[in-house]
Design a protein around this ligand. Sequence first.
Ligand SMILES: O=C(O)CCC(=O)C(=O)O
Length: 280
Amino acid sequence: MIDLEPTERVTAITSGNFIDQYKSRQKPVVIEQLASNWQAGRKWSLDYIKDAAGDNLVRLYDSVPSTGRKHQHAPKAKMKLRDYIELLENGEKDLRLFFCNILTFLPELSRDFSYPEIGLKFFKKLPVLFLAGKGARVQMHFDIDMADLLLCHFGGQKRIFLFPPSQTKYMYRVPFSFSSLYDIDYENPDYERFPALRHLKGEVATLQNNDALYIPPGYWHYVLYDDIGFSMTLRAFPRNPRDFLAMLRNILLTRTIDGLMRKLLGDSWNERNRRKVLQW
Ligand SMILES: O=C(O)CCC(=O)C(=O)O
């Protein structure tokens, strides 16, 4: 098994403590019940979301890498949110709502939360929602914008494996992407095929309804849905030059090159990148 310590947990935190203990040390932390003072904490459930925004069309994704000339984050389906929630209630676990901007696609939910005073300067135009079924998994990745993330969770239990950027060398990162190799099973790693995984050291954060998790910039995360649940991630864009430049490089250079090369070369580009990862 991969070496995972439980993530630190606090029941309340001042902005001074958050900045000193976690933000400046780039340390994840679970803030228990952070959302319980919001309307969202009292109201948000699958039934509430169905009633409030069930007719809205949403794009759905799975974790299988895109093939051919498709963009690396191409959606796999589009349907009404109500129909998708019904699929989840009937056991769907591959299709996920991923990075859905609440202000654009689910504005009905935008009145139900506020931005917590924990010392982060949140970007208020991009609160995003994630929703998936029991048994769903989100591929190991880090967020391209190098933001400080606050993932506020609702519904059933979810676990998140977390690894700092210093562990990238053991991650089998696919070149020109922000994910590790799709074949890796982080719950039951195959050390013969992927020997570098033996060196990984990380944390696991377990979230219950209304808990929030702070994820520092560039942290790798792999998400396990133990139950149907949804999370809203709030983000603060980087202000230090190193992360700011990394954000620009990821968005303007790496992602653009990958998009162009996929269009030009299709699967031979994808295969080339896969071969490169396996040369560890
Ligand atoms: O919880 C999820 O489904 C994914 C969350 C995530 O990857 C993120 O907030 O960056």
